[in-house]
Design a protein around this ligand. Structure first.
Ligand SMILES: NC(=O)c1ccc[n+]([C@@H]2O[C@H](COP(=O)([O-])OP(=O)(O)OC[C@H]3O[C@@H](n4cnc5c(N)ncnc54)[C@H](OP(=O)(O)O)[C@@H]3O)[C@@H](O)[C@H]2O)c1
Length: 359
């Protein structure tokens, strides 16, 4: 089948188009094959192209370490998919052939820059009827990441957000633009940081307050505001030095960062030492902040069909809209990847893989 693959880790020049990639097959009865209409790209695709997470992802792909090193190649990137079900495993009850679906693809599986992709049925969800495939492909990876960070790790949901004050650091990119909309739909008060030229954009998505990080250190203007119940950090680096001081102490307030050293540690130190280092780091930080009355947490992307089912309802109710920065054709995958690599996104980069449905 046609696909963009990589045969080694590196820069954009390792991307190779082939018409002869292996057609995915159903290995387990709960799997489905999806014909890809549109694929969304994320910063993780650029990182994975360069080998980020290779050690941990290899263990996920081959837990018994049977295959030789490099057996992940040819590797297909692309974490978001919108398309139709082509074939269902024997145990799949919730989907039928030709159902229109969307999904976020776990990084240890072959991605969506290909004509077909195989997924577990519990990673897949029916696509919102109100969106085209290219619009739908802008949502699943950032949405399931934001959902995992805010709902599973941060403890927020539609019933407990009404009086909550939330701060999003780095709100103008993929995860942030989704998180603003979800939190506003649930009634939270949302303050964000982004560059000045994104101010109008994030306000248009519902942000109540905006602080420009390019105008100088943001800790000062943020420190003058009422304290927060939850902080979602999409920026990392030195934010941890000051951000936790902005939380309401002894109220259960949480800081959730998506920028963690987990995969760098396992890439650098190997699985065992890397996991130990990671556990020690997170435990030390969590304890250090717990004694000051605030919770320190790491958030991770988690593939989830059921989360996407709930997100579909919010999309079809008009509470969340896709934010597509630019759409590329299948032949333009290197340009699309270059665009993501440049950063400073205002939403998502999407690749149209084949014409279909309502596109
Ligand atoms: N742990 C996980 O499983 C997981 C999953 C998904 C994503 N992530 C991480 O989460 C982060 C966000 O992902 P994303 O997809 O939203 O990335 P993205 O689309 O590249 O957006 C990042 C945004 O951050 C803004 N930014 C950069 N420096 C900033 C600063 N100092 N203060 C405030 N804003 C700043 C940029 O906006 P401006 O143009 O306005 O500068 C950019 O739009 C990335 O670091 C990604 O690696 C982690």
């Amino acid at each position: 089948m046609p696909a963009w693959v990589i045969d080694k880790y590196g820069g954009n020049d390792v991307l190779r188009f082939t018409k002869n990639a292996s057609f995915p097959i159903i290995n387990y009865p709960n799997e489905v094959i999806v014909k890809v209409f549109a694929a969304g790209l994320n910063p993780i695709d650029v990182s994975m192209r360069g080998g980020y997470g290779a050690a941990t992802l290899s263990v996920k792909r081959d837990p018994l370490n049977i295959n030789q090193s490099g057996s992940e190649f040819p590797l297909v990137l692309g974490r978001d998919v919108s398309g139709v079900i082509m074939e269902c495993g024997l145990d799949v009850k919730y989907f039928r052939e030709r159902d229109e679906v969307w999904a976020a693809i776990p990084p240890w599986k072959q991605g969506s820059l290909a004509e077909f992709v195989v997924l577990s049925a519990n990673e897949v969800s029916h696509k919102p009827k109100s969106l085209s495939h290219t619009e739908a492909a802008a949502i699943p990876y950032v949405a399931t990441t934001a959902w995992s960070a805010l709902v599973n790790t941060g403890g927020l949901n539609k019933d407990n957000c009404a009086k909550k004050r939330v701060l999003i650091l780095g709100a103008s990119g993929g995860v942030g633009t989704f998180a603003i909309q979800m939190l506003k739909a649930w009634g939270a008060h949302v303050t964000v940081t982004c560059s000045q030229n994104a101010e109008r954009f994030v306000k248009g998505l519902g942000a109540d307050g905006v602080v420009d990080y390019t105008a100088g250190p943001v800790e000062e203007p943020l420190g003058a505001l009422e304290k927060f119940d939850l902080i979602l950090d999409n920026v990392g680096g030195d934010t941890e030095r000051w951000a936790l001081n902005l939380l309401k102490p002894w109220t259960g307030a949480k800081y959730v960062t998506l920028v963690t050293p987990f995969l760098q540690n396992t890439d650098r130190l190997g699985i065992a030492d890397g996991m130990m280092q990671t556990a020690a780091t997170v435990a030390t930080k969590a304890f250090k902040h717990l004694v000051k009355g605030v919770h320190y947490r790491w958030g991770f992307f988690a593939p989830s069909g059921p989360a996407l089912d709930e997100i579909r309802e919010m999309v079809d109710a008009g509470q969340i809209r896709p934010v597509v920065e630019e759409t590329f054709s299948f032949s333009q995958v290197p340009q699309a990847m270059e665009k993501v690599e440049k950063g400073h996104a205002r939403g998502k980069t999407v690749v149209q893989i084949s014409k279909g449905g309502d596109d």
